[in-house]
Design a protein around this ligand. Structure first.
Ligand code: T5A
Length: 208
């Protein structure tokens, strides 16, 4: 039936690093998987990602941003995720709809009911089987992200209050959906974070 695992968290929480830990764990056990990311994951969805993260000389309307997130998601879902799930693979996705609730809902204040409507339209019944939420204080995460020396994208340029709302929304969802979410304290050493992620994988996928 496949297994849908998503990685969530604020900026610089260590999602890319966690993806490496997860895919190495799966490969070492010969478990078939695909890895993907959102927004993105297919050529067309990656083009939407570029559009979303670029900066403009105009205000980006929050509904425009919301619709583009789901446009990219629809493409990735139908081109990658559903096919891999049908083949019985593990799908590891760097961000999914929980990011929309956190960033567009929590961060921008978009009506959660509108997000839920689009979620059903685009995904039907599909929801993550497991979400690893890498939780870190936004200031610490942003310091890490800045440390990579890359230019900040449009969303990374938001103020700290925005990222505090994003974090609060993630933690609220984790509390409301305890069967989906595992919260990982990401403000620890890489070795400790890796150990926690591997323990969760052993518990949830060890029988694969
Ligand atoms: N978005 C996305 C929405 O608004 N709505 C949506 O629906 C979706 C899907 C792009 C943006 O899109 C938004 C959210 C985002 O703003 P992204 O590229 O996935 O999404 O998000 P970013 O947060 O920008 O990803 P980053 O690459 O910046 O952060 P990561 O992947 O969380 O962090 P990572 O692994 O690159 O680590 C950052 C640095 O910290 C170090 C790493 O080596 C790296 O240098 N690090 C640690 N250092 C010390 N201790 C640890 N435990 C460490 N873990 C990592």
């Amino acid at each position: 039936m496949g297994f849908f695992l998503t990685i969530e968290g604020g900026e610089g929480a260590g999602k890319t690093t966690a993806m490496g830990v997860i895919t190495a764990w799966l490969a070492s056990r010969d478990i078939a998987f695909i890895q993907t990311r959102e927004p993105g994951g297919t050529p067309m969805a990656e083009a939407v990602r570029e559009t979303l993260l670029a900066s403009y000389d105009e205000t980006v309307n929050s509904t425009t941003e919301l619709l583009l997130m789901f446009a990219a998601r629809s493409q990735n879902l139908h081109q990658n995720i559903e096919l891999a799930m049908a083949e019985g693979k593990v799908v590891v996705c760097d961000r999914f709809t929980d990011a929309t609730y956190a960033y567009q809902g929590g961060g921008r204040g978009v009506d959660r009911g509108h997000i839920a409507t689009l979620e059903t339209l685009v995904q039907g019944e599909r929801r993550p089987d497991l979400t690893l939420l890498l939780d870190i204080d936004p200031e610490a995460g942003l310091t890490r992200a800045w440390g990579r020396g890359k230019a900040l994208d449009r969303i990374e340029q938001e103020d700290i209050a925005f990222f505090n709302r994003v974090r609060a929304e993630y933690l609220d969802r984790a509390a409301r959906y305890p069967r989906q979410y595992v919260v990982i304290d990401a403000d620890r050493s890489l070795a400790q974070v890796k150990q926690h992620i591997e323990a969760v994988l052993t518990q949830r996928l060890g029988a694969c």
